[in-house]
Design a binder for this molecule. Structure first.
Ligand code: NI
Length: 263
């Protein structure tokens, strides 16, 4: 049984046929999916979807792309949403210096504000870091410790930076890019992560793994990430699936019924 720790099922390419994607995931051995918000609307929908489907959990938060639209009223509504029993994390939040859709100082300010909100809510944080490695690390160090923990989602940093995140108590999550043929950097990073700090995810509908690179991604394809990670760590598939599932349950405090089906 596998847990896809990062999916965007509120995306319109997946939300329309949610039942279909959940069924494929269940058939592939996916037990639970963490449905991650990226702005207020997708956070709201992620919680609604999680409330309706047993196999889903939700995370709420504002992505750095949308930091420019942040308002105090939004903070209040996210806090309210975060109190729903199916919300298991705060995110995704962080910095994105690749696209720079929001000015960097605004990204940093909104990131810090949400880290504080997550801590007040006692929720683990889901961190997005694209080409902003040093600033993300500096902010996490300054704002820590994080008693509820956190995860570096779709890890794109170097192998050398892994120990710094481990020291913060964070988990490291890998997605489709780990399976790409030219993926030397994530492969080297994965070797540095101890088994009890690894997580797997799809980040669907984005980042479809090999052999589906470039196509619409969905939670069932997390299997290919588990496979690749098992090869890299030189363990069998079942061992990697069980270990990453235990890790996700531990970080996100997941308990209860399984199977990604409707009530
Ligand atoms: Ni994401």
């Amino acid at each position: 049984m596998i847990i896809d720790t990062h999916a965007h099922l509120s995306d319109r390419r997946l939300a329309g046929e949610l039942q279909h994607w959940l069924q494929l995931a269940r058939q592939a051995g996916v037990k639970w999916i963490i449905n991650v918000g990226a702005d207020l609307a997708s956070s709201r929908l992620a919680v609604e979807q999680a409330a309706r489907h047993e196999g889903l959990w939700a995370a709420v938060g504002v992505h750095p792309h949308d930091a420019k639209d942040w308002t105090p009223a939004m903070a209040a509504e996210l806090e309210e949403l975060a109190r729903h029993p199916k919300v298991c994390a705060y995110g995704e939040i962080g910095l994105d210096y690749h696209y720079d859709f929001s000015p960097r100082p605004v990204q940093r300010e909104v990131f810090i504000e949400q880290l504080r909100l997550a801590r007040a809510l006692n929720l683990p944080v889901i961190i997005h870091d694209r080409e902003a490695h040093q600033d993300v690390l500096n902010i996490l160090r300054a704002e820590g410790p994080f008693p509820a923990g956190g995860v570096m989602h779709c890890y794109s940093g170097s192998a050398e930076m892994v120990p710094a995140y481990l020291e913060l108590g964070f988990y490291i999550s890998f997605a489709g890019p780990l399976t790409f043929r030219n993926a030397k950097k994530p492969r080297l990073a994965a070797r540095q992560v101890p088994m009890d700090r690894l997580l797997v995810e799809t980040d669907c509908p984005y980042l479809s793994p090999e052999p589906y690179r470039g196509r619409l991604n969905h939670s069932a394809r997390v299997v290919h990430v588990v496979e690749r990670l098992a090869e890299i760590k030189e363990v069998d598939f079942a061992t990697m699936a069980a270990q990453t599932t235990r890790n996700a349950e531990q970080l996100f405090g997941l308990k209860g019924a399984d199977a990604t089906e409707a009530n």
